[in-house]
Design a protein around this ligand. Structure first.
Ligand code: COS
Length: 382
């Protein structure tokens, strides 16, 4: 049986996130985007953490909100109506490598650092390198074993939370000759000696989400910080990306698209005789198209999330969802700009910001070319 009635708990979380987005995120989003706030927005994240909105997937025993993936998707959509980058930050914390592949001891040690509701700590997922983006299997960062330690050397690039994270999942190779089979995941504390951030990227969009590269110079960590076994890293990274493509791109993308649609609708309802405007098909047909693709996108996100929660193999579906929703977000935001004209460049109707934010969704967590590749492999191998 298929039902779309939300549980009481889901409605509560949705309502809480909606209120937070409207009251706390929206008033800051434009300022952060325009670089008018100099400091990193820790106070906003601290408020989110207090309300359980920063680490939604972490087990309650460690301070997380213990939500399932479907409910997290609902919350992220609402947060992203406020700001895509802030919602993205919450998604990275709510589903991270320590949760996926950490053993009990590792979870006990590191999850409380990411679930702290008083003093928020962020997670970073560090796979990409200057010479290994889409071809993630060719990373060069090395992990050399010395006794019961690993020594990490290399460089990572375009890492979200690259200079502000408290817990990093870093992927490195223990043996370049082994290719993908040498890739191994490690937990690295943010204050580890030898870990130094590069410059903060001045990005076109998602400016509330911090992106930097970083360098690893003889970073020493105990072998107990290794995720799984040597050689498990590529699979762990792919597993994480599989879910993040639903959360960080799917749910966040639906929220960004909704922000564009809702602002456009608000504009037309405000500027004049709504009935007359809605009677103009050059406008109303576009609004109907926008709403239709948002609805379709949300259904994909919810279905994927439900499958993940119920441990039903989701395979290439999450890649399909990723490129469909991100393309939708770009299209909807673009339409919004075209419909509103000059108004779309103002603080009151920041449609241009949504276009810039949505564009990154087509690029990160597997470009839409890579996710089309993964999805088509899945479809044609059946
Ligand atoms: N879960 C578990 N294992 C997975 C997996 C998943 N979702 N996806 C792939 N794997 C496994 C495969 O089963 C395979 O294992 P075996 O060799 O034991 O069979 C292994 O990983 C290699 O997979 P595959 O053959 O698909 O690798 P390719 O090199 O052909 O393709 C792509 C890999 C291009 C799909 C991968 O490199 C990729 O996703 N790149 C994009 C990286 C990315 O998204 N970066 C963004 C970082 S965050 S902004």
């Amino acid at each position: 049986m298929i039902g779309f009635e939300l549980s009481g708990e889901q409605k509560q979380w949705q309502k809480k996130a909606q209120a937070f987005a409207q009251e706390e995120i929206k008033p800051l989003a434009w300022k952060i985007d325009k670089g008018l706030t100099r400091e990193y927005h820790w106070p906003l994240l601290a408020k989110m953490a207090k309300q359980g909105l920063l680490n939604m997937g972490g087990p309650e025993v460690y301070g997380g909100s213990g939500l399932d993936i479907l409910t997290i998707s609902m919350v992220l959509e609402e947060l992203a109506v406020g700001d895509g980058g802030i919602s993205f930050t919450a998604s990275l914390n709510s589903y991270n490598a320590v949760m996926i592949a950490g053993n009990e001891e590792q979870q006990k040690k590191f999850l409380p650092l990411l679930c702290d509701t008083e003093n928020p700590g962020l997670a970073a997922f560090a796979l990409t390198e200057p010479n290994a983006g889409s071809d993630a299997g060719s990373i060069r960062t090395e992990a050399r074993r010395e006794g019961n330690e690993y020594v990490l050397n290399g460089e990572k690039s375009f890492i979200s939370n690259g200079d502000v994270a408290r817990v990093y999942a870093i992927f490195a190779t223990v043996d370049k000759g082994k290719g993908i089979k040498g890739i191994t995941g490690f937990i690295v504390p943010g204050d580890a000696e030898g870990l130094s951030p590069g410059k903060i990227e001045d990005k076109m969009g998602f400016r509330s989400s911090r992106t930097t590269g970083f360098f690893l110079n003889d970073v020493r960590i105990p072998e107990t910080y290794r995720l799984g076994q040597e050689g498990d890293g590529f699979k762990i990274a792919m597993q994480e990306l599989e879910v993040l493509r639903v959360l960080s791109c799917g749910a966040v993308g639906v929220g960004v698209a909704r922000a564009a649609y809702e602002d456009a609708l608000r504009f037309f309802k405000t500027v004049g005789d709504a009935k007359k405007i809605m009677g103009q098909q050059a406008i109303s047909f576009h609004l109907a198209d926008m709403l239709a693709s948002i609805e379709a996108s949300r259904l994909m996100v919810w279905k994927n999330s439900w499958m993940l929660d119920n441990k039903i193999p989701v395979g290439a579906m999450t890649s399909l969802t990723k490129f469909y929703v991100s393309d939708t977000a770009v299209e909807v935001a673009n339409k919004g700009v075209q419909l509103l004209g000059h108004h779309a460049y103002t603080e009151q109707y920041p449609l241009e910001k949504y276009v810039r934010d949505a564009k990154l969704l087509q690029i990160y967590e597997g470009t839409n070319e890579i996710t089309r590749l993964v999805a088509s492999r899945g479809v044609f191998s059946n």
